[in-house]
Structures are given as structure tokens and as C-alpha cells.
Design a protein around this ligand. Structure first.
Ligand SMILES: Nc1ncnc2c1ncn2[C@@H]1O[C@H](COP(=O)(O)OP(=O)(O)OP(=O)(O)O)[C@@H](O)[C@H]1O
Ligand SMILES: [Mg+2]
Length: 478
């Protein structure tokens, strides 16, 4: 009898692109494709399954190509989207698919992670208990951020949101914190400005930049924060501390709304789809402080969201306020009156950072916030020409000095030892009798001391040692 050789058959589905427009595609003939699967066309363009209708599949384009058009063949990889992770990404500027945008070769990654993944369960998490110094005086003394915290930066256009986030990244250079700066839907000039400053300050060596600028496909803008998060997660799971900036989630929500409307999902409030809250919650829940058994790594997140005319109650900002652990609110009026940074101390809050603040700083900054808020109230009266009694006038004078102390140019993050030094001097009244010019000189002097190695004791040294050191440099007698 004749032997029939065994025939091995593989069944492959072959889909066909029905239509392509506005960064998305409709596809027929892929009955087993699942949500989130990567599809690949005959011209090697990728798309991501985003919607399953009865007859057609909706996919978001990850690559634009002229050949990717109606009639093109397409099949599913049956895999979800992953991105290469690891130290070879430091210093690199990448798109949300991990492809280089800096003209260098593909990063040499040995591992990859799914772009979307679940946030760590409660049992794998620890309390936020270590500070992350941002280099900003107001933040580090009054609105402290802890490692693993999610602190929103919110304010009108052009009020200095990016400046604060960028300073925080630059300030991680001496600390061993790996940073990811995600730019979503930003103008090219804004993208270039961030990259230039990271390069100029050398902070790029410690940072990965993910860019999906305003002209990028909406699908890429939608993916960018999740890609950045996956890269940070890999480091966090290896026991490292990480800081991720999402600049900004308002643009991210717009990209998502655009996709959802194009896919004809029912619009809800402000035409955003119903699951818009989940979009950001599932992203920000991935930032945390891991428990010691999990390696003790952390991911601190600084999401940015713009407001219009200071309106905190609009849809996306309120969602984000409720998802995060506090907010740094930048006030357009303060900015217009020349105050830099324009942080509105009264409307900013850090709900958990206080527990993570360095003890010495927390103690020294004690009543500062209250004193300052009282000053702002008193100052209102002085505008009406009311004559204040001596005690109150002194308070106003102190408040004005605090305003000078809180003033800070961008791109000059300040070391935490500087913050401690001025707090010590302030509490002792050593800065009280100075006029604005003298005060500024004193602060410059303190900054020089704080950046001189060993000039000041470590932060956890005794109060007496700190007093003695600051007194010595300011030539004060105890
Ligand atoms: N502390 C500061 N000192 C001096 N200038 C500052 C400071 N902070 C911000 N600026 C300036 O204010 C302008 C706006 O800052 P920035 O781009 O950070 O604002 P933004 O809120 O991120 O704006 P957008 O909403 O357009 O993204 C910039 O020209 C920046 O140089
Ligand atoms: Mg900005």
C-alpha cells in the first residue's frame, strides 16, 4: 500500500483593509482577532485592534504608509503591543513604539514589556515614605512629593507647568532616579525646548524621552503615556526609583476623544467617551512604591493638565484631581503679576507627601504655609490703604520676604541642603532685618554654601549642628 506523507496545515486568517482615514482603519475577515492585538499589513505597517463590531474590526494606525489603503492584505500577530525596556533607553528620544527619533540606531534592548499592564495589587505596595526632591523651594518645603506619589501639575496655558516638571527631572541628576519624560500632543517647539534643556543640563543621561507630538497619529498620542509607564515599570520592578512626567494628559484625553468619536462611540460629557476616567485611572494606578519584598522600587508620577481660565471644575481636570495624591496649582494671575514660579500655595496640596518629607525639613517648615496664607489675607487689606497695627505690619513684612524666598528662576533646581539652610536662618530670625536686595544676596550666598561639598551637615544631623553651621556661614552669633 502506498504511504501518504503527512501534510502539515496551518490555518491563517487573511484580512482585508476596507477603509483608512484619520489615523484609523476598518478591516474585514479576521474573526479571531482580539482587542489590543497587533495587526500587520503586507506593507509591514502595524495597527492595533481597538474596536470589534459585528462585521468589521476597527484598528488604530501605528504607522502611516501610502500602501496601507483599502484592499491591502492584513493579518493578526495575535500578540499585544510590547516595548523594549532597560538601561539602553537612558539618554534616548523615542516614539511610543520605541523607535529612535534622535537619529541614532535602534536601542539595544534585551527585554520587553507589554505597553498596557495591570497595576500592582495592594499587597505588593508599601506606603509612600521617602521624599523625592524636586529642587523647587515651594514644593520641597510646603508641598512635598514622596517617591511613589502621583502629584498633578495643573494650570492655564503658559503658566510654567512644564518648567516645574522639567526642573524636577533635572534635579534627579545627582540622585539615582531614572526619569521618563513623555511629551503628548505638544508643539514641536515645546518638544525641542524640553530636549534641549535636558541635553544642556546633562540630565538626559538619566532620562528617556517619549515623544508623540501634535502632528503624530492620534493612536501614537494615545499610546505614548502607556509606553513611558511600561519603561518606568521595568526599572521599578528591578528595584530602582523612577520619575515619570506626562506632559500633558489634556492632550492625551483629546487624542482619545478623537479616536472614540471616529469609531462612533457614544459621546458623553464634553463629548468625551464614558470610559475617559478609566483611561487615566489605569495609567496613574501603575505609579506606586513597591513593598520591600517586591524590591522596594518606586514610580513617582507628575501628570500635567492644562486648565482654561483657572477652571478646576472642568471634566478632565476634576477627574485627574480625584485620581492623584495632590496638585500643584499654577495661577495665571500670579504669573501675570510677575511671580515665578506662579504656584498658588493656597490652592495646592500634597495629600501624602508630608509623611515622606525629610523630618528635619518638615519640622523647620512647620507653620510656614499657614503664616504665608495669613499674610496673603492681610495683604489684601493693605491694598485698600488700611493702616495696620504694628504686629500685623510685621507679619506683612515677613510675608513679603517669604515671597522673595519662594521666587525661583527655571532651570536652577535647588539642593535640599539649601532649603534646610534658609529654613534654619529664617526660623532664627537671621533674615528678618534685611531689605530685599540684602536678602537676595544672602540667599545667593546660602546657595553657594549649599553647593560646596561638606560645608553643611547632612540633613539628619542634629538641630544644633545645623544652627552652628548656618550661623558660621552667615557670621551670626548663637
Ligand atoms: N520659574 C520661572 N522663571 C522664569 N520663567 C519661567 C519660570 N517658569 C516658567 N517660565 C517661563 O514661562 C513660560 C511658560 O512656561 P512653560 O512652558 O513651562 O508653561 P506651560 O504651563 O508648560 O505652558 P503650556 O501650557 O503652553 O505647555 C516660558 O517662557 C518659561 O520660560
Ligand atoms: Mg508645557
Amino acid at each position: 500500500m502506498m504511504q501518504v506523507p503527512p501534510i502539515s496545515l496551518t490555518i491563517r486568517e487573511r484580512g482585508e483593509v476596507v477603509g483608512v482615514a484619520d489615523g484609523l482603519a476598518w478591516i474585514k475577515g479576521l474573526p479571531t482577532a482580539r482587542l489590543g492585538d497587533v495587526l500587520i499589513s503586507e506593507c509591514d505597517s502595524r495597527a492595533l485592534v481597538y474596536q470589534l463590531d459585528e462585521r468589521l474590526i476597527g484598528a488604530i494606525l501605528l504607522e502611516q504608509s501610502a500602501q496601507f489603503s483599502a484592499g491591502a492584505r492584513i493579518c493578526s500577530t495575535h500578540k499585544t503591543l510590547t516595548v523594549g525596556v532597560g538601561d539602553s533607553l537612558l539618554g534616548r528620544i523615542l516614539d511610543p513604539l520605541g523607535r529612535p527619533l534622535d537619529g541614532l540606531s535602534n536601542p539595544n534592548t534585551t527585554h520587553s514589556r507589554p505597553v498596557e499592564s495591570r497595576s500592582p495589587p495592594i499587597m505588593a505596595r508599601a506606603y509612600v515614605q521617602r521624599p523625592l526632591h524636586t529642587g523647587n523651594t515651594i514644593v520641597d518645603t510646603l508641598l512635598p512629593v514622596g517617591r511613589g506619589q502621583r502629584q498633578l501639575i495643573i494650570g492655564d496655558a503658559g503658566t510654567g507647568k512644564t518648567a516645574i516638571a522639567l526642573d524636577a527631572v533635572i534635579n534627579q541628576k545627582p540622585a539615582d532616579v531614572r526619569c521618563i519624560y513623555v511629551l503628548i500632543g505638544q508643539r514641536r517647539s515645546a518638544v525641542q525646548e524640553v530636549i534641549t534643556q535636558l541635553r544642556k543640563t546633562g540630565a538626559i543621561a538619566n532620562t528617556t524621552v517619549i515623544v508623540a507630538e501634535a502632528s503624530a497619529l492620534p493612536g501614537l498620542q494615545y499610546l505614548a503615556p502607556y509606553t513611558g509607564c511600561a519603561i518606568a515599570e521595568a526599572w521599578m520592578n528591578d528595584g530602582h526609583d523612577t520619575l515619570i512626567v506626562y506632559d500633558d494628559l489634556g492632550q492625551h484625553a483629546l487624542a482619545y476623544r478623537e479616536l472614540s468619536l471616529l469609531f462612533r462611540r457614544p459621546p458623553g460629557r464634553e463629548a468625551y467617551p464614558g470610559d475617559i476616567f478609566y483611561l487615566h485611572a489605569r495609567l496613574l494606578e501603575r505609579a506606586t512604591q513597591l513593598a520591600p519584598e517586591q524590591g522596594g522600587g518606586s514610580m513617582t508620577a507628575l501628570p500635567i493638565v492644562p486648565t482654561e481660565q483657572g477652571e478646576l471644575a472642568s471634566y478632565i481636570p476634576t477627574n485627574l484631581i480625584s485620581i492623584t495624591d495632590g496638585q500643584i496649582y499654577l495661577n495665571q494671575n500670579l504669573f501675570a503679576s510677575g511671580i515665578r514660579p506662579a504656584i498658588d500655595i493656597g490652592r495646592s496640596v500634597s495629600r501624602i507627601g508630608g509623611k515622606a518629607q525629610d523630618r528635619a525639613i518638615a519640622k523647620a517648615a512647620g507653620r510656614l504655609r499657614l503664616d504665608y496664607l495669613q499674610f496673603l489675607e492681610l495683604e489684601l487689606f493693605t491694598r485698600f490703604g488700611t493702616k495696620l497695627e504694628a504686629g500685623m505690619a510685621a507679619r506683612v513684612a515677613r510675608g513679603r520676604q517669604l515671597q522673595i524666598l519662594f521666587g525661583q528662576d527655571r532651570l536652577v533646581p535647588r539642593p535640599i541642603s539649601y532649603q534646610m539652610a534658609w529654613l534654619v536662618a529664617w526660623n532664627e530670625g537671621w533674615l528678618a532685618d534685611l531689605n530685599p536686595e540684602q536678602l537676595k544676596q544672602r540667599l545667593t550666598q546660602l546657595m553657594t554654601i549649599a553647593t560646596t561639598p561638606d560645608a553643611l551637615p547632612p540633613l539628619d544631623a542634629s538641630h544644633e549642628r545645623w544652627l552652628a553651621a548656618v550661623a558660621h556661614w552667615l557670621e551670626r552669633t548663637l
